[in-house]
Design a protein. Structure first.
Length: 197
């Protein structure tokens, strides 16, 4: 990589880091050009050069963190041979990610992310295909071997991720009645019951 490319990557990373910081401190409404350039120390021209707009920057930030989450989930299932242990690994990995990266998790579970997901579902899925494919294949394999009930991959995904995402959203909203450690102990077995043949 040339020095110019390296500087460009460093500038983009500073903008992405600043965008998450501004979002965490001020919410979606606080993510302005002024706030981003002030927090990052990067010029307005650089922001537009690298991302085209504030929306482009926020979309890139969402994809960055979605990619990290999906990579951790893919690693968790790839290490699990049995379906039951894989489901447990997925649940615990997701909830650990939420605890370790609460600011990014709030963005991933925000109305902004929901709007983007609804408007660009196909593009987002295509962009993350390399990370989604191992999990999809893992589910298919365990359905074919009979370890998981004969359900479609999207339905398995809904049965696994629905309760986990709902729990994460509740915890991220600041409601004090959710203990993620307890959820990580209880949810895998409850979810497994809905998937076992």
């Amino acid at each position: 990589m040339s020095p110019k490319q390296q500087r460009g990557e460093e500038t983009a990373d500073r903008l992405l880091d600043a965008a998450l910081q501004v979002y965490a401190e001020s919410g979606e409404q606080g993510v302005t050009v002024s706030a981003l350039t002030k927090a990052s120390g990067v010029s307005l021209g650089s922001l537009y050069h690298h991302f085209g707009s504030v929306d482009g920057l926020m979309n890139a930030l969402l994809l960055r963190w979605l990619g990290r989450l999906l990579a951790e989930l893919a690693t968790a299932v790839e290490r699990s041979r049995a379906a039951r242990t894989g489901i447990g690994a997925l649940v615990r990995t997701y909830l650990t990610f939420i605890q370790e990266h609460p600011d990014a998790a709030r963005l991933l579970h925000s109305s902004y992310a929901d709007r983007l997901g609804m408007a660009q579902a196909r593009q987002l899925r295509d962009a993350q295909e390399a990370r989604l494919s191992p999990m999809t294949e893992w589910v298919r394999l365990h359905v074919e071997t009979g370890e998981i009930a004969p359900l479609s991959v999207p339905l398995v995904e809904a049965l696994v991720m629905g309760p986990v995402v709902a729990t994460a959203r509740r915890w991220l909203s600041g409601v004090d009645d959710v203990d993620l450690d307890q959820a990580a102990r209880i949810l895998p077995e409850r979810i497994w019951r809905s998937l076992s043949p």
